[in-house]
Design a protein around this ligand. Structure first.
Ligand SMILES: NC(=O)c1ccc[n+]([C@@H]2O[C@H](COP(=O)([O-])OP(=O)(O)OC[C@H]3O[C@@H](n4cnc5c(N)ncnc54)[C@H](O)[C@@H]3O)[C@@H](O)[C@H]2O)c1
Length: 435
């Protein structure tokens, strides 16, 4: 498993738990050293224990020695990052580097499995890089095996996925991949075999669809605010229709995280390159861009001039149960507040260290929710961590300078908040909503 980040570490540990022998490789020696000491580089429920169990059983190793790992392995997964490049396309430099490094160290038949999210055609390009860098002719097969795990429930998602997608065009590689995922077949997980190009597109199409769903409900939420309907009830009633489903219908500040923004951007870039029009996906992206404006409008309705004010933010990660800040809506919001001259007081249960790396002393960090809101001019809840769901409302009212709360996750009941004297704003719900 080349690349020991979110996907590489979780996939490596889970594949080891299936009984495979897995070697996780990374160029980051510090990361590898810390994992060997039992210190996880990411926060993911259950990961530490899973890694420890398989490490102690001798099924899971961590190394920076790519050569030894390649030589010892029949199947090489690549799970390095494919972040958004400056032009909006996926930055494939790490993917290309891994292909070259693997080719340099190949000694016999290998299967090269692309687990990173990569644009259609990347596996073919990787195949060319491998062929060009082999010192002699060595047979190899390419596989596209995109990953669908969600941060915060990554292990459960890997162990019990809705489906496994395998793009493969050789019988030999298909049988080996089937064998690797056999424990999931026993759970009756659908294994969808496709061509390599199709598998590459499945991942982008899936994430783009989720982005469309979120932007869709956000537009309905804006409409609800204008006409006095309740987006929570609309979403629930819509979601009970099995053709629609209840997931990804939560109105708020829009999607963020390490995948949706970059994958939407990358598929749009791909489409432009081949002259295809993806109007719906473009619209989803545009709608998402304006979600922070929607938040700013709510805040400014209460505090028109933010310069010199203090805004308390609860929750920085893009969703609960992860410390990942990549493309989190909170980052855009903090930037906007800073531009307007406001001071930010922040608290997040897990991602404070990552926030310090991002902002240094640019924001003020607190050890708990009430510390962050003490003396602030307004409170904004950005992430629905469990510990923010049952806050002491009287204490919030006493702690804040003015009882202004903007709830980006619709956690609290508007009617209750109003009755307690809060100037409370959520997304797409009337003031008297009680759900
Ligand atoms: N994070 C998620 O929830 C998620 C879910 C599904 C798919 N994906 C996709 O999986 C891929 C990896 O994402 P991630 O979030 O795990 O990234 P990450 O940034 O957490 O991890 C990438 C790792 O690769 C290592 N690396 C970089 N270049 C290397 C090289 N040449 N050799 C060895 N190691 C190298 C880095 O040091 C890092 O540890 C991306 O394409 C992403 O889109 C991510």
């Amino acid at each position: 498993m080349v690349g020991t980040g979110y996907v590489g570490l979780v996939s490596g540990a889970c594949l080891a738990d299936f009984g495979n022998k897995v070697i996780c490789v990374d160029i980051d020696a510090e990361r590898i050293g810390r994992i060997r000491e039992g210190i996880m580089p990411i926060y993911e429920p259950g990961l530490k224990e899973l890694v420890r169990r398989n490490f102690e059983a001798g099924r899971l190793e961590f190394t920076t020695d790519l050569q030894a790992a390649v030589r010892a392995s029949q199947v090489i997964f690549s799970a390095v990052g494919t972040p958004m490049g400056d032009d909006g396309a996926a930055d494939l430099s790490a993917v290309r580097q891994v292909a070259k490094d693997v080719a340099d160290n190949m000694d016999e038949y290998k299967i090269f499995v692309q687990k990173s999210t990569v644009p259609v055609g990347t596996s073919e390009a990787v195949g060319r890089i491998i062929s060009e860098n082999l010192t002699r002719e060595i047979p190899f097969d390419l596989v596209s095996n995109p990953e669908f795990l969600r941060e915060g429930s990554a292990i459960e998602d890997f162990m019990r996925p809705n489906r496994v997608v395998i793009g493969v065009e050789s019988d030999r590689a298909r049988e080996i991949m089937r064998e690797i995922y056999r424990p999931l077949c026993l759970l009756e997980t659908p294994i969808v075999f496709t061509s390599i190009r199709t598998a590459e597109l499945v991942k982008y199409a899936s994430n783009a669809f989720l982005a469309v769903k979120i932007s869709f409900i956000n537009e309905i939420s804006d409409l609800c605010e204008k006409i006095g309907a309740d987006v929570g009830e609309v979403a629930r009633a819509m979601g009970l229709d099995k053709r629609i489903g209840p997931k990804f219908l939560h109105a708020g500040v829009g999607y963020g995280g390490s995948c949706l923004p970059k994958d939407v951007s990358a598929i749009l870039h791909t489409a432009t390159g081949v002259g295809a029009r993806l109007g719906l996906i473009q619209a989803a992206s545009d709608v998402n861009e304006y979600r922070i404006d929607a938040l700013m409008e709510k805040l400014k309705a209460e505090i028109p001039e933010l310069g010199g004010k203090t805004i308390a933010i609860l929750g920085l990660s893009f969703k609960p149960n992860t410390d990942d800040l990549r493309h989190a809506p909170s980052l855009k919001f903090i930037d906007r507040l800073s531009d307007e001259g406001a001071t930010v007081h922040a608290y997040d249960p897990i991602s404070m260290d990552n926030a310090r790396k991002e902002y240094g002393e640019g924001i003020v960090y607190f050890d708990d929710s009430y510390g962050a809101m003490d003396g602030a001019d307004a409170l904004v809840i950005m992430t629905e961590w469990n510990e923010f769901r049952q806050l002491d409302l009287e204490r919030i009212r006493e702690s804040l300078k003015a009882p202004i709360v903007v709830d980006c996750r619709n956690i609290y009941k508007p009617a209750v908040m109003k009755a307690m004297g809060f100037r409370y704003h959520s997304f797409g719900r009337p003031d008297n909503a009680n759900g």
